[in-house]
Design a protein around this ligand. Structure first.
Ligand code: OGA
Ligand code: MN
Length: 267
């Protein structure tokens, strides 16, 4: 469908239904303005994620905090230097994660629009965490059903050694989330995982982290992965309750890559 059809015909219930089945949808040739993208997000979801607590680290180049700047550019449109704090913070997008799982209500649908993309690199990979859940041995499914994990964005940054001030860390305490989610429409379960998971409630820290690692490793086997090779004007929409994703390497101190994301909330 064209951007125009999507926006004017209000295909939002159909898109939600398709996301319940496929988890990731690709729309080609969708040249969108930021306000068109916001309009789509507002109609697809039930609320919009706005960044909280970290605006000083990754200052926004856009007019609305709902528009997440997924780029390697500064506010003049120049490539960020290798030591730039915003760049180093953003490197954690290359760890497997779900968007905004570290807040309540959590992120649900992400809508990512490609403006400028390097050729032959900087793909985004998606893991189907519903298929991954049902591929687990039954004993493991029983063990994890009902468990909760703590998610914080500080943790996924600290994995790479990114350092926060005490005040920043204070603002990024995170939330607990179920380890398994059940889709309200289909009744199907999926693993709800991310590099933001720092512990499992009721388990020791090492036991919890080991369990999370094992589950992420399981869910990211080739058979569960779709790898998206970007073209400009691609719009990719995914359900964060049934997928995990990660960005892949590109030569980010030499080539520009610019995408804009809006994430809806599950309220
Ligand atoms: C995101 C994200 C990865 C990428 O926008 O949420 O994780 O490949 N992006 O840019
Ligand atoms: Mn993301």
């Amino acid at each position: 469908v064209s951007a125009d059809q999507l926006i004017r015909n209000g295909l939002f219930p159909q898109i939600r239904a398709a996301l319940d089945v496929f988890g990731v949808l690709i729309f080609k040739g969708m040249s969108l303005t930021n306000s068109e993208q916001l309009f789509i997000a507002k109609n697809l979801g039930f609320g919009i994620h706005r960044k909280t607590g970290i605006s000083a680290i990754s200052a926004n180049r856009y007019e609305d905090e709902a528009l997440t700047d997924v780029s390697n550019l500064d506010d003049k449109g120049e490539i960020l230097s290798v030591r730039d704090r915003k760049r180093q913070y953003g490197l954690s997008n290359r760890l497997w994660h779900t968007d905004a799982s570290f807040r309540n209500p959590p992120g649900r649908y992400s809508i990512l629009s490609a403006k400028v993309v390097p050729e032959g690199e900087g793909e985004t990979e998606f893991a189907n965490t519903r298929e991954a859940y049902y591929a687990l041995p039954e004993s493991m499914r029983d063990k994890i059903l009902g468990l909760e994990a703590h998610h914080s964005i500080a943790y996924s940054r600290q994995i790479l050694g990114f350092e926060f001030s005490n005040e920043e860390e204070e603002n990024l305490k995170g939330v607990k989330q179920p380890l398994v989610r059940k889709n309200k429409k289909t009744g199907l379960c999926s693993l709800y995982l991310a590099s933001h998971c720092s512990s499992v409630l009721g388990m020791s820290i090492p036991d919890g982290r080991m369990l999370i690692r094992d589950l992420i490793e399981h869910a990211t086997q080739d058979e569960f992965i779709y790898r998206h090779e970007w073209c400009s004007d691609d719009l990719v929409v995914w359900d964060n309750f049934a997928t995990m994703h990660r960005g892949r390497y590109y030569n980010d101190t030499k080539k520009k890559r610019e995408l804009v994301r809006v994430t809806t909330l599950d309220i």
